[in-house]
Write a protein that binds this ligand. Structure first.
Ligand SMILES: Cc1cc2nc3c(=O)[nH]c(=O)nc-3n(C[C@H](O)[C@H](O)[C@H](O)COP(=O)(O)OP(=O)(O)OC[C@H]3O[C@@H](n4cnc5c(N)ncnc54)[C@H](O)[C@@H]3O)c2cc1C
Length: 343
């Protein structure tokens, strides 16, 4: 399906009234390749998207946006493992729910995250003590120029906190077409996250249901209030930096992170800056979670940018911590440097 000068309002979870010159909904890799060839032929910018739940359109897009809807789930098993090969256009949350219904457990902590399966390895989605890297076996990508398909195994993905090799510029000529997820048949609940610790005894469905309640308390439903989940990443600092901050702010929450580093809670840092009532145009901080920026109805990209800039400045001035967006910023010709846009 192709549309010209199409509004993306219903196709981005922030609900911004943005348009693209061409919009294509692709159910096969062949359609994606054709769209890419068309973009090359007419020298148009090309962008692949899932459900646009992790992007901020800074302005109208001047090229072709392809919404990936490649479907299909194949399940194999051996004595110890469920092996899932999933089309990258499948909806992530639906996959989590379907696996549980089939008695395949393990993904429950990552329930209720919007978006497609193809996007989950890119920022190594994470929530409630679990990250995709814990289950991802491989990622299949197609090279847009040659049509060659390549399998990238977990140890080659360089997964880290909200990051992977797929954020590297080299991968802009590739599209993720499938993801392989392996889940152990011997299920172990992961209850390391504070709000889950009291859940005992517990089933995967208990965790799934509990996470629904936790999320409902903290994050608005994008179908009702436009948002992209956490707008900023939690900052990672050295032990020395954390110790210095704790001297001035003894109640500051902090969490041990890999390589002797410390993870801080971006939401807490923002909360300390008295921004609860702050808004720009029709954009504001969500009253139940300061890390979530919302579109109250008619916010523009500029409203969201100015709001994000002000938050970053206030936190920076107070803590000398300069927040980095988790969200990807898209200009008329493609992705741009998010930090530069709000500095
Ligand atoms: C209410 C809400 C809650 C959220 N909670 C969480 C959470 O708990 N944890 C978390 O990690 N994230 C969370 N997010 C962020 C978001 O849902 C995830 O990052 C999700 O994986 C994005 O999927 P998407 O399909 O919408 O990606 P999109 O926003 O469509 O795309 C994101 C980026 O990936 C690229 N891309 C998309 N598909 C492909 C592909 N097939 N091949 C190559 N590149 C591709 C795009 O070009 C873009 O740069 C939340 C968002 C919302 C709105």
């Amino acid at each position: 399906m192709t549309n010209r000068h199409c509004s993306l309002k219903v196709y981005n979870t922030l609900g911004l009234d943005i348009s693209t010159r061409f919009l294509i909904i692709a159910e096969t890799k062949e359609t994606i390749l054709e769209a890419w060839k068309f973009s090359k032929c007419f020298k148009l910018p090309f962008l692949i998207l899932g459900e646009a739940s992790n992007v901020l359109f800074v302005e109208n897009f001047a090229g072709i946006i392809v919404l990936n809807r490649i479907k299909g789930i194949v399940i194999h098993e051996d004595d110890r493992t469920w092996k899932l090969h999933i089309g990258s256009g499948e909806n992530w949350h639906q996959l989590v729910q379907d696996t549980l219904t089939k008695g395949i457990f393990g993904l429950e902590n990552l329930a209720w995250i919007p978006g497609t399966v193809g996007s989950v390895p890119i920022q190594n989605i994470g929530a409630y003590g679990v990250e995709l890297q814990d289950f991802c076996s491989y990622v299949d990508v197609i090279h847009l120029e040659s049509g060659d398909i390549k399998r990238i195994y977990n140890n080659e993905c360089n997964f880290s906190y909200r990051d992977s090799i797929f954020k590297n510029k080299y991968w802009t000529d590739f599209v993720i077409i499938a993801v392989g997820i392996y889940l152990k048949k011997k299920w172990q609940p992961i209850l390391t996250y504070n709000d889950l610790k009291y859940l005992k005894p517990v089933s995967a469905w208990d965790i799934f249901n509990e996470i629904f309640l936790i999320r409902k308390r903290k994050i608005p439903d994008p179908k009702i209030i436009g948002n992209v989940g956490s707008f900023f990443k939690n900052p990672i600092v050295t032990q020395k930096q954390a110790a210095l901050l704790l001297k001035h702010f003894p109640t500051m929450p902090y969490y041990p992170f890999i390589n002797n580093q410390i993870k801080l809670a971006a939401g807490w840092l923002i909360d300390q800056c008295n921004l609860k009532e702050f808004y720009v145009g029709d954009s504001a901080l969500y009253h139940k979670q300061a890390l979530v920026l919302i579109n109250k109805g008619h916010a523009t990209s500029q409203d969201i940018l100015s709001l994000a800039k002000e938050i970053r400045l206030r936190v920076g001035k107070k803590f000398n911590i300069w927040l980095e967006p988790e969200v990807r910023f898209i200009k008329s010709k493609g992705e741009c440097n998010a930090i530069e846009m709000i500095s």
